[in-house]
Write a protein that binds this ligand. Structure first.
Ligand SMILES: [Zn+2]
Length: 109
């Protein structure tokens, strides 16, 4: 098995590049590493039937973002204003940062 390293992190801006939500851009709310999935704000809404609870006393249908497989997503570079491939670069102090392959902009601060 090949270990896939996810280059998407929480609060990243990502673009959906495949699937039915293709073309949508949103902020990463959650990364589910074990499932290789990412929840993106306002993308991939699904309707869920819920039982009555404290927050929804009547129960019913709630729309919620469903996680997308991270292979369908690409990180947006603020500088390129484009979805880009990201490479990992190790700094002199051993810290790893993500760098835009296109313009060389460091994405982690
Ligand atoms: Zn860039």
């Amino acid at each position: 098995m090949v270990a896939v390293k996810c280059r998407i992190k929480k609060d990243d801006k990502v673009k959906v590049v495949a699937g039915k939500e293709k073309g949508k851009i949103g902020k990463v709310l959650r990364v589910l590493r074990k499932r290789e999935r990412v929840v993106v704000e306002n993308v991939n809404f699904v309707k869920r039937h819920t039982r009555p609870s404290a927050s929804t006393p009547r129960g019913g249908i709630v729309e919620k973002e469903a996680p997308l497989h991270w292979s369908n997503l690409m990180v947006m570079c603020d500088k390129c204003i484009h979805p880009v491939r990201v490479k990992i670069q190790r700094l002199e102090d051993g810290k790893q940062v993500r760098v835009c392959r296109k313009c060389g902009e460091v994405m982690d601060t």
